[in-house]
Design a protein around this ligand. Structure first.
Ligand code: NAP
Length: 326
């Protein structure tokens, strides 16, 4: 039986990946912290590991003992109060984990992000390609890119880097805020130029993780989306239909959203917490072109997206309703 480790297993994508790997018959180790929630990790077949990401030596010893076939590295800060937290968790921990894998046959699947590239240009609105120059404009994205660059230049083992665009699905809590807003009859638009958006349903992303594990390829980087481009208005219409509701359109100038994000940063610093709308998130929201090209993912890994936005949003909203989130 193949032995796999999923770090960040308590999170939205990690817990969904764990479920799928168990379903496929893998021996699954979940990398979590002592403080992590096990709400979605109730299956008794799961083995738990609390990795010490600060010690290459400790991780190296553990990896030698366990001899995992694959490690999916998902643990990351997606929001942080301080810039240093992004650097520590999203770069240094990846570097240490890669160093600890040196000389082993374990394949590493690293969940980076579209943010490592940054948004596409806003003249021709061409989709971003993997060979394009990276220009991340968030601390989160910069540290994801630094981790990618470390793997590409220093890691001698087998690895694949995945750069998902916006991931949504059951258990997700950020897009959920948008669904809630529409459910409350407000249809928000940030800025006056239409936003070009891409999405991937978590089930499709999990399939890509498994395709990456099973592929003989190494040293490759792929954007991951459902292959379609959506305007912000289409996203709103799909959501409204799935919720069977009416809305009032609210168009907010970007500078107002920027102010709220800055204010949230100040309040967050005082209260010691990070808000969903912060400065990094504002840079993501203000960009108009989140289109990416996934042709190499289709060709190299045989990826066929199964869930488009309409199906995915319906499925996700059905889950939120079933769980009484909506
Ligand atoms: N969701 C998206 O739209 C999206 C898009 C592109 C890329 N990604 C990438 O996909 C991966 C998973 O994202 P997600 O949406 O599932 O995020 P999530 O729900 O926030 O989960 C993050 C996971 O990382 C763990 N983690 C955070 N800080 C840690 C630390 N200091 N030490 C150890 N573990 C830590 C969390 O553990 P606790 O539960 O203990 O906090 C949690 O298990 C991340 O690498 C993210 O950058 C996500």
């Amino acid at each position: 039986m193949q032995k796999v480790l999923v770090t960040g297993a308590s999170g939205f994508i990690g817990s969904t990946l764990v479920d799928k790997l168990l379903q496929l018959g893998y021996e699954v180790f979940a990398g979590i912290r002592s403080t992590s929630s096990k709400k979605y990790l109730q299956d008794t077949r799961i083995r738990f590991i609390d990795l010490n990401y600060t010690s290459v030596e400790e991780m190296s010893k553990l990896f030698k003992e366990e001899n995992f076939n694959t490690i999916f590295h998902l643990a990351a800060r997606t929001k942080a109060k301080r810039k240093e937290d992004f650097e520590r968790v999203n770069y240094k921990y990846v570097k240490n984990l890669a160093d600890a894998l040196e000389g082993l046959d374990t394949k590493l699947i690293f969940l980076s992000s579209f943010a490592a590239h940054g948004p596409g240009e806003e003249t021709s609105f061409a989709p971003v390609k993997i060979e394009d120059k990276n220009t991340p404009d968030t601390e989160y994205g910069k540290m994801k890119l630094k981790a990618e660059e470390y793997l590409n230049s220093n890691f001698n083992g087998k690895y694949i880097i995945l750069r998902p665009t916006g991931v949504y699905g059951a258990r997700e809590t950020d897009y959920f805020v948008y669904f809630q807003t529409i459910n409350n009859h407000i249809e928000p638009y940030l800025g006056f130029i239409p936003q070009r958006l891409t999405f991937v349903h978590v089930d499709d992303l999990v399939d890509v993780c498994i395709l990456s594990m099973n592929s003989n390829l190494s040293g490759k980087t792929y954007f991951v989306s459902d292959g379609n481009l959506y305007l912000d208005k289409e996203f709103a219409n799909i959501t409204k239909k799935a919720l069977n509701t009416w809305t009032i359109r609210l168009k907010l100038p970007l500078f107002i959203v920027g102010w709220i994000a800055s204010l949230n940063e100040i309040i967050g610093a005082v209260l010691g917490k990070s808000f969903t709308l912060n400065k990094d998130k504002f840079n993501i929201l203000k960009a108009r072109n989140w289109n990416c090209d996934i042709e190499n993912l289709r060709v190299d890994l045989g990826y066929v997206p199964k869930i488009d936005l309409k199906q995915g949003v319906e499925k996700t909203i059905a889950w939120y309703k079933q769980e009484n989130w909506l």
